[in-house]
Design a protein around this ligand. Structure first.
Ligand code: PEP
Ligand code: MG
Length: 337
């Protein structure tokens, strides 16, 4: 019998061989696999694991490790480095998502009873627009003559998205009037983390360039279940028929409205969940770098059409979770989860 270290070696060799293979299902459907990042140190992982790009760059992390607010120049230098090191692969920068579990030592926040549902994220950005403006100014400068993808976190209504987009436009106009070199291709998106937005997706048609499901937050608000409370761990499942149904609704609306869609919560990085997501119609997933190999391996064994029918059926079930049935399906169809 192989020892554990031999087994680890074999896994490494297998994932290494996978690195250059595109993530395509057995029936020829491509799935874009991207990594979530937040530090410059994360970037070499993108090429190392064979990802297509950075599906979520959490900009708050560099803000959290400083003792003062980084100015526009410091931010520009940082974002430039991110774009230089990713060499033209797409990078989705998410504007500051602080408050809740992510605090800044230099941003005074009063105690809030429900910080995850409190003054956080884009709500702070819209109430303190100078912070958001500085960040967007830095992103526009850093992406001069390059592609720029920006997404806003915790958007709950179309009007919030439009307000954030207007702030971006102000900064773009400012750069234009100063004759600064501009990004050559700009895409503005929104996270789907607040269930209310799901009911407004059709009205985002033509206003948004892409959407990305932040399943970590979306599920905690969907089930009214604190994502950090250990007493609730395991109570509700990301693979519950209810949550899968909502995700399917998001996919269907985005397909109808021709809006590019991805998912960048933790569930994207678990092969069984990724299988369900591909079955629901997701074609763009973003995850931690170490998950790319296992998820790609699972995708290579999938066949979309029968999987879609199966997941469709699971959405209608009244089980607590579809996890067991998905596991059996994966085993019966030779999908490595
Ligand atoms: C999410 O909520 O799923 C997400 C990607 O954002 P974060 O985990 O940074 O809150
Ligand atoms: Mg989130």
């Amino acid at each position: 019998a192989a020892t554990r270290s031999e087994w680890v070696k074999q896994c490494r060799a297998a994932y290494d061989a996978l690195r250059k293979r595109p993530a395509v299902t057995r029936d020829g459907v491509s799935v874009s696999l991207n990594i979530n990042a937040g530090l410059l140190a994360d970037l070499p992982q993108m090429q190392a694991c064979g990802a297509d790009g950075i599906g979520l760059y959490r900009t708050e992390i560099p803000f959290m490790v400083r003792s003062t607010f980084p100015d526009v120049d410091a931010q520009t230098t940082l974002y430039k480095k991110v774009l230089d090191r990713t060499k033209g692969s797409p990078v989705v920068f998410r504007t500051l998502d602080v408050g809740s579990d992510k605090t800044l030592p230099y941003l005074r926040m009063e105690d809030q009873e429900n910080p995850a549902m409190g003054w956080r994220s884009i709500r702070i950005g819209l109430d303190r627009p100078s912070m958001l403006r500085q960040q967007l100014r830095a992103l526009i400068r850093a992406a001069a003559r390059r592609r720029l993808d920006v997404t806003f976190p915790m958007i709950a209504e179309v009007s919030e998205f439009m307000a954030a987009k207007d702030i971006f436009q102000l900064e773009l106009d400012r750069a234009k009037s100063r004759k600064e070199p501009l990004p050559k291709d700009i895409r503005i998106g929104s996270m789907i983390e607040v269930p209310a937005l799901v009911w407004q997706l059709p009205s985002l048609k033509g206003k948004v360039d892409f959407l990305s499901v932040g399943s970590n937050d979306l599920i905690q608000f969907f089930f009214a279940s604190d994502r950090g409370n250990p007493r609730l761990t395991g109570r509700y499942d990301t693979l519950s028929p209810a949550f899968l149904s909502m995700l399917r609704q998001i996919v269907d609306i985005c397909n109808d409205a021709d809006i590019a869609l991805g998912l960048c919560g933790e569930m994207a990085g678990r092969p069984l969940e990724a299988m369900a997501l591909v079955g629901l119609g997701f074609r763009n997933l973003s995850m931690s770098p170490s998950a790319i190999g296992p998820v790609k391996n699972a995708i290579l064994g999938m066949e979309c059409e029968p999987l879609r029918e199966f997941v469709d059926m699971l959405c209608r079930s009244s089980d607590h979770s579809a996890r067991d049935k998905l596991r059996i399906y994966a085993r019966d169809h030779g999908i490595a989860v």
